[in-house]
Every structure is written in C-alpha cells, then in structure tokens.
Write a protein that binds this ligand. Structure first.
Ligand code: MN
Length: 137
C-alpha cells in the first residue's frame, strides 16, 4: 500500500483543449494494470478537441454542468452524479457549458500489450460555431 499525495495540476495543452482546462492524474496503473483516472476541471466554455479512445472512456461528473457529444449525435447535458460511457473508437468531445464550471473524473484503460496505438487519438478543435449549438443550456 502506498499513499500518493496530491501533485500539482497540469494545464491542458492548447492543441487538445479550448479554454482553461486543468487536470490531476489520479491513477496511472503500472502493468499489468492499465487503469487510467484523471480529475479534469473545465472553466466555463472550455472543452476538449474531438478525440477518441482506443478502449473507450467513462466520465463521471463531480461538479458543475457539462456537455458531451458524439460525432453526429445530440449534445448531452451532464450533471453531478451522471456517468457517460463512450465506446472504443467513438469520436466525441466533452466540456463545460458556457455558463458553468464542470469537473469530471475521466476513466479509461491504457493499451493492451498486443494492441496498436494511439491510446487516445486527437483531431480538430470544437470551434465556437460548433460549440455554440450546445451553448444554451
Ligand atoms: Mn474523451
């Protein structure tokens, strides 16, 4: 057993996020574990770029009001206590609404030994116009 003390938050890189996003790495399991857990804080209007996870991802909102959308799908509003599962390979983005902060746990699995990467594949930003369609929540 090992106590892992709080480490400084990391600013989300501008090529993967729009707006002010910070995350804490909660768990990054060493093999054979592939556990990945981040606590991610989004300022109002902040969101990820479009991306997909090789092994899917579970989001669990702990605070604020969030948005999540799969490519071609409706924008879904997420509130504290809500959990959203995105299956492997499904393009999506997630973030805060324009009027609220949002904090979620992001949980996924790293690549298996026999699995081709990348673990997460990133694409274009969610532009203001695209995000604007989701803005009025
Ligand atoms: Mn994701």
């Amino acid at each position: 057993m090992e106590l892992q003390s709080k480490t400084p938050s990391t600013k989300g890189p501008a090529d993967m996020f729009t707006g002010d996003v910070h995350f804490d790495v909660i768990a990054k399991g060493e093999a054979p574990s592939r556990l990945r857990v981040n606590l991610v804080r989004f300022a109002p209007g902040a969101r990820t770029a479009w991306h997909r996870h090789a092994n899917g991802q579970t989001l669990h909102v702990t605070d604020g009001v969030g948005l999540v959308q799969s490519r071609g799908g409706d924008v879904i509003v997420m509130k504290p206590g809500d959990t959203v599962y995105t299956p492997p390979g499904e393009w999506h983005w997630h973030g805060a609404t324009s009027g609220d902060f949002m904090c979620h746990l992001a949980m996924w699995e790293g690549l298996a030994e026999d699995q081709e990467g990348p673990e997460t594949e990133w694409a274009g930003h969610v532009g203001d116009e695209e995000y604007g369609a989701a803005r009025n929540f």
